[in-house]
Design a binder for this molecule. Structure first.
Ligand SMILES: Cc1ncc(COP(=O)(O)O)c(C=O)c1O
Length: 274
């Protein structure tokens, strides 16, 4: 099939830290000469078939990978992030991110000296502040340890929630290592007398915070009104949304904290089953 020439890139999202099926995506990109721009906001550290998300995917495909260091992420600096990809694009992005300024090495050795720079593009002010980068460097050192703890918690959730008929646990494929950023269960609403909002309220009553990742774009007012979307125009996204609950997950949790969540979930499902 011939690709639509207006399509320039594929943008996979490694949702919850679980890598997408990258071989298939890269294969399509190579065949149709598309760039692959990965949303890896949740995916540090994660790997797909032994290759870290963010590591080069090969010379024959243009591949950029964006990570987030926002306050709730696995590595958090408050705001900021990281971009990986081919050197020439990273150099270009660096320029765009700071007023379009060029500080190429060769220019420092001209007669103008080290103070010299030129504005080559109408750039932005998207640079990462040094203070936040300093926080990030120390978080980076702790990342493997935090990741091990996330993994343990996810394993405890998987084991503790197994066999509960009122929910579906997240799946992890064998050939990937997930960053375990979010643990999202899906409620089996046909087995329950309550909806997702009530389930979350019941958790709250038991002093357990939870969240929903994510509200589908097409029901947000701006997109809904601009494009005239109705909820059932994207029935899979909308159906999944109504079932989703993200259980709390932090490397700071004790085993007891995780057990409390599992017990509360079991209790709510039991009290509200059909
Ligand atoms: C899947 C996903 N992509 C992108 C972003 C944006 O990251 P940032 O806030 O660093 O721009 C987020 C942030 O929460 C996210 O969850």
């Amino acid at each position: 099939m011939k690709a639509d020439p207006t399509i320039k890139a594929i943008m996979p999202v490694h949702l919850y830290g679980h890598p997408c099926e990258m071989d298939a995506i890269l294969d399509i990109a190579r065949r149709h000469r598309l760039a692959v721009i990965e949303d890896a906001a949740h995916a540090l550290p994660a790997s797909y078939r032994g290759r870290m998300i963010g590591a080069p995917a090969g010379d024959d495909v243009t591949n950029l990978v964006a990570f987030s260091f926002y306050a709730n992420k696995n590595l958090a600096t408050g705001e900021g992030g990281m971009l990986t990809g081919p050197q020439h694009l990273i150099d270009q992005a660096r320029k765009w991110s700071l007023h379009g300024m060029s500080r190429d090495a060769h220019q420092r050795y001209t007669e103008e000296g080290s103070w010299f720079y030129e504005v080559e593009l109408p750039g932005f002010k998207y640079n990462m502040p040094d203070v936040q980068a300093a926080i990030g460097i120390h978080q980076l050192a702790r990342l493997p340890q935090m990741q091990r703890r996330r993994r343990e918690i996810v394993d405890q959730y998987d084991e503790g929630l197994a066999g509960m008929a009122g929910l579906e646990r997240p799946v992890q494929r064998n050939d990937v290592e997930s960053a375990c950023h979010v643990y999202a269960i899906r409620l089996n609403l046909d087995r329950l007398t309550i909806n997702r909002s009530r389930f979350i309220a019941e958790l709250r009553q038991r002093n357990i915070g939870s969240s929903v990742h994510f509200i589908p774009i097409h029901i947000h007012p701006y997109y809904r009104d601009k494009y005239g979307f109705t909820p059932d125009q994207f029935p899979i996204a909308y159906g999944a949304y109504q079932r989703l609950v993200s259980l709390p997950l932090s490397p700071k949790f004790s085993d007891g904290d995780v057990a409390d969540v599992i017990e509360a979930v079991g209790d709510i499902l039991e009290q509200n089953k059909h």
